[in-house]
Design a protein around this ligand. Structure first.
Ligand SMILES: [Zn+2]
Length: 466
């Protein structure tokens, strides 16, 4: 009964194919939360897959309906060993983005795991089924080896993260008693580099909106009306060109991040961002001038046009289209107030003669959070992971992507530690999503060590400092 025995157990779990089998079963459930007809699959993921797995480990579990009409269910599973022990809250999301089944490369199917060398393809392998599968299996290995965990657990699995986590804030706000804990430890998102263990303690926020220009009903023949009727596609593209320049620099007052603090700048200076083999190449001249690549993605606000449409791109006709729409998207760091984004854009457009463009917020805002890299729980996690991995851990003040971390950090008041198990080239949210098998195996070892150490007594929960 030792830490290294538990780590050997988890290596066998991976090497004997059990991890692959657990993950394959979960990937096969089509939990596409953006498709309303998939709601029963969201329930099935919790009731037929996750509840039995956790109950087998000694958890009690309950599935709650979402307080919102448009939201999927929540699973809350609790494991109580003793009052005097630290309690960890962990989290995962069982939903995935759309499968886009017909867009995957030949030979791949989003709902089956396909192995090609080190890559395991399948929707949700990276985001997030693979990640919570790793964390819970690691916990199970500690339980088996030690006979007990040495800590208490509350696990939350939600099923709406890919739609902006509708109802999560309300649910946690009204059930705070379920989530009393000393620390939050969970996994989502990518490692900084595939072979570098990474932790992050917050995330950028996300703000989605549409810009619509609706000039009239129906298209009109361009031979009769071209030159006489204003073209909404042309006008909207001119408006977009005032928001962001040709090199990706934001031009709207009030959209840029406040300057970074020295602590954040120093933490970022130690990092080296990149997607690893197979990841896209960074365009060095894109984005906010004067910032390093790490400062751009972890320390600043960025704007994207996600989609833009006028007329019918699949079947263009010789007509002046009636309407144009662009879907805009801002990622922002802690310290920016997203409630100011649309008023600032409204002013910006009005001053430039684009009053007729309508602006609308598209989904719930995910707020930005950040925890000091020197926080005792962050230092504890780094020490544990380094002891297992025998190499340096990348410490990010916040992730470049977005998570509903404000609910855990602010509503529930927990120190939040995220240990990501994917990598930036994993194609999450796109066709051909995959994980890297060696990273999964490494992550299983790291998490087993982390859970082992959490139950070994020497943690910030007991008031000891490192
Ligand atoms: Zn996702």
């Amino acid at each position: 009964m030792s830490r290294s025995d538990a780590i050997s157990d988890i290596e066998s779990y991976f090497d004997d194919g059990v991890f692959r089998a657990d993950l394959a079963r979960r990937v096969a459930i089509r939990t596409e939360s953006p498709i309303p007809e998939r709601r029963p699959e969201l329930y099935r993921y919790l009731t037929e897959e996750m509840s039995p797995y956790l109950e087998d480990m000694g958890f009690t579990s309950e599935v709650f309906d979402n307080p919102r009409e448009d939201g999927g269910p929540f699973l809350v599973a609790r494991y109580h060993e003793s009052d005097g022990l630290p309690t960890v809250m962990t989290y995962g999301h069982g939903d995935v983005v759309r499968g886009y089944d017909d867009q995957w490369r030949d030979g791949l199917n989003p709902w089956l795991i396909t192995e090609e060398g080190e890559r395991w393809y399948g929707r949700g392998t990276a985001d997030n089924k693979g990640q919570h599968t790793i964390n819970l299996a690691a916990m199970k290995a500690v339980l088996k080896e030690r006979g007990q965990l040495g800590f208490n657990v509350v696990a939350l699995i939600e099923t709406g993260e890919e739609c902006g986590s509708p109802g999560l804030n309300e649910f946690c706000s009204s059930h705070k008693e379920l989530f009393e804990a000393d620390v939050f430890i969970a996994s989502d998102g990518p490692r900084l580099q595939p072979d570098q263990p990474t932790i992050f303690m917050g995330s950028r926020g996300v703000f989605n909106f549409t810009m619509t220009l609706n000039l009239r009903d129906g298209g009109h023949h361009s031979g009769n009306w071209g030159g006489l009727l204003a073209n909404p596609g042309v006008i909207l593209s001119h408006a977009l060109a005032t928001i962001v320049d040709a090199k990706g620099q934001i031009l709207v007052d009030g959209w840029k991040a406040a300057p970074m603090t020295n602590a954040v700048r120093q933490a970022l200076a130690k990092l080296n961002v990149g997607g690893g083999d197979g990841g896209p190449e960074i365009d060095p001249s894109w984005g906010e001038p004067g910032l390093t690549a790490e400062e751009k993605v972890f320390g600043s606000n960025t704007f994207e046009i996600l989609a833009f449409e006028t007329g019918n791109p699949r079947n263009p006709v010789n007509a002046v289209p009636p309407r144009a729409v662009a879907h805009g998207h801002i990622r922002f760091v802690a310290g920016s107030d997203p409630k100011n984004f649309l008023p600032a854009l409204r002013n910006h457009l009005d001053e430039r003669g684009f009053e007729m463009i309508e602006l609308e917020i598209e989904q719930d805002i995910m707020y930005a959070t950040r925890l000091d890299p020197d926080h005792p729980w962050a230092r504890w996690a780094v020490k544990s992971i380094e002891a297992t991995a025998m190499r340096d851990v990348a410490v990010l003040p916040n992730l470049g992507g977005s998570l509903p971390n404000d609910v855990f950090a602010e509503v529930l008041g927990l120190p939040t530690i995220w240990v990501p198990h994917s990598y930036a080239g994993c194609s999450q949210h796109a066709p051909n999503e995959h994980v890297l098998a060696p990273v999964c195996r490494d992550a299983l070892r790291i998490m087993t060590g982390l859970w082992w150490d959490l139950g070994a007594g020497d943690t910030p929960a007991l008031g000891r400092t490192l």
